[in-house]
Each structure stands twice: as structure tokens, then as C-alpha cells.
Design a protein. Structure first.
Length: 130
């Protein structure tokens, strides 16, 4: 299954790619900005988007809203990833259409679980990992 990770930090991307690709069930591609993410996702929609919220240029939430506002892309689950622990950012991520919110640094087992559940279409509602 194909995942697009919108992340400007190469080290963060490499870590997530290694964690998710180790078992051979996922293929993780990087987009280094919101605009690159939009183009990559629009051109070939993935099964999941991992979205760093703190991006250069357009904020990650802007991309999430854009994806959820597009009739062909609105079904793709989005997992927000952020180093921020502010409650406002969590609620903003939900309002923008993200189904999960992971805090950096995250546990690799939690990352795998969240990715698996998001792709399976499980809706956590307001039950976000703390």
C-alpha cells in the first residue's frame, strides 16, 4: 500500500519510511512541502497521507483542508504528525479532516498501529492518542 508522507525533514522521513517499509506492506514516498504533497497526491492518490503540520510555506492544515475539499481525494485518511502538544492544534487537525494526531517523538509501535487502523478505515472520532 502506498503512503505519502508530507515532511520537510529528511531524517524524520527516513525514520518513518524504515519503520513502515520493514515488513514490505507499505511503500512510503516523501513530499517535502504542502504544494509538492498536493501534486503527488493529486497525480496518484495514495491509501494514506501522513502529514507534518509544521511545513515551510503553506501549513499542513491547509493541505489537509484542500484534500478534504476535493471530491476525489476526500476519502484518503490523513494522519497529522506534529511536535506541538497544544490542544488547539489537535482540534484544528480534526476540524481540517485528519483522522489521527501523532505527537513527535512517537513510539514506532504506535505509528504502525495508527497507520494500520487509518488505512482500515477505523474512525477514532474524538479518541485521539495522547
Amino acid at each position: 500500500m502506498r503512503i505519502v508522507y508530507v515532511e520537510d525533514n529528511p531524517a524524520n522521513f527516513v525514520l518513518v519510511r524504515k519503520v513502515l517499509e520493514v515488513r514490505g506492506e507499505y511503500q512510503v514516498e516523501q513530499a517535502a512541502s504542502a504544494e509538492e504533497g498536493w501534486e503527488r497526491i493529486l497525480g496518484n492518490p495514495p491509501q494514506l497521507v501522513l502529514l507534518n503540520l509544521d511545513l515551510p510555506g503553506a501549513h499542513g492544515l491547509t493541505l489537509a483542508r484542500r484534500l478534504k475539499g476535493h471530491q476525489d481525494l476526500d476519502v484518503i485518511p490523513i494522519v497529522a504528525i506534529s511536535a506541538s502538544v497544544m490542544k488547539e492544534e489537535r482540534s484544528q487537525a480534526l476540524e481540517a479532516g485528519c483522522v489521527w494526531f501523532l505527537e513527535k517523538p512517537f513510539d514506532i509501535h504506535e505509528l504502525r498501529r495508527v497507520v494500520r487502523e487509518a488505512i482500515a478505515g477505523r474512525d477514532p472520532g474524538a479518541k485521539l492518542p495522547h
